[in-house]
Write a protein that binds this ligand. Sequence first.
Ligand SMILES: N[C@@H](CCC(=O)N[C@@H](CS)C(=O)NCC(=O)O)C(=O)O
Length: 376
Amino acid sequence: MSRKLLVLFLVLLLAVMALAACGGAKETAAPTEAAAVTSAPTATEATAAQPTEKPAMQEGEGMLATVKARGKIICGVNQAVPGFGFLQSDGSFAGFDIDFCKALAAAVFGDATKVEYRPLNAKQRFTALQAGEIDVLIRNTTWTLTRDTELGANFAPTTFYDGQGITVRKDSGIKTLQDLQGASICVSSGTTTELNLADQMAANGIEYTPVVFETADETTGAYLDGRCDAYTTDKSGLVARMSMFPHPEEHMIMDVTLSKEPLGPVVRQGDDQWFDIVKWMVFATFQAEESGVTSQNVDDMKNADDPNVRKLLGTEGDMGAKLGLDNDWAYNIIKQVGNYAEIYNRNLGPDTVFNLARGMNSSYVDGGLLYSPPFR
Ligand SMILES: N[C@@H](CCC(=O)N[C@@H](CS)C(=O)NCC(=O)O)C(=O)O
């Protein structure tokens, strides 16, 4: 097959896949192998940022080399969830997930600003990842077996342990799942949310009508317009979106959790070095919190006696070189973006409108689930 024909074939294949993804609850995306080495345009590009000088993935080249040659990381993000991934009125992106994009840039370039953000809705994200349009997806994405296998994704450590919840109007009288018998429920397509809802309602024998939309704006807009009795997504998303409601005090998050939603960064399968870099970028933020290293004291901590801290910060050993990075990669993350607690508090902590309790998202030393393997 000539190159032209091959490109045409891939474009058609991706277009068909994108259409299929719009169809229903089952999650679909292009086969990884065909898509991973091409930068052929897909349905996602209509809403994505302008094409970059260099596509995300070059054939026969590792991701780290590709990213370094380009001079920035292309991070697939959310633009509609305040506190996590949000496009602000000045055109900049902010949030917990956004800070992990910055941390990756700090690790790779020693400069947290070297990021291009690609806003993606739920359905677009895996196609964009597989097509090589983004280097990493950091967008309230749940780790599931299907995504880890059939969707050709590799999941870095969970950065936010979440669960699915339901928002209703306080005056609706709805309190339990059973109260949703016969209700209409607004939900976003291409999400675990849509699938969990179907499973949980069926398991509990509750008849309901899903009212499905592509974006958070449409989903919450329909709920606020009274087209649904309830609105469901990750609890983090419920809190985040409620902060945008005209009258948040009229709504409440029900005391039910429909699922486990471990959220974290995702890369394409097929590049172990890049996967390692993204994993250890996350671990560096966990370890820094555990060891008491912050953006404020990181310079002094370089001279700490603790061998773990010395290795983390590159005073001792060659941890960076093992990842293909400079030895001050983790120092740069902590100095420029902060440890996990700093990232959490900046975006979601007591001084924000969200004021989310750390709960499971605490270090294991504080009874939470965040645990870094040893830096050695
Ligand atoms: N964590 C779930 C849900 C993630 C998700 O995309 N949630 C929607 C509902 S709030 C969202 O963020 N939408 C933002 C948008 O695309 O406008 C998943 O990975 O499937």
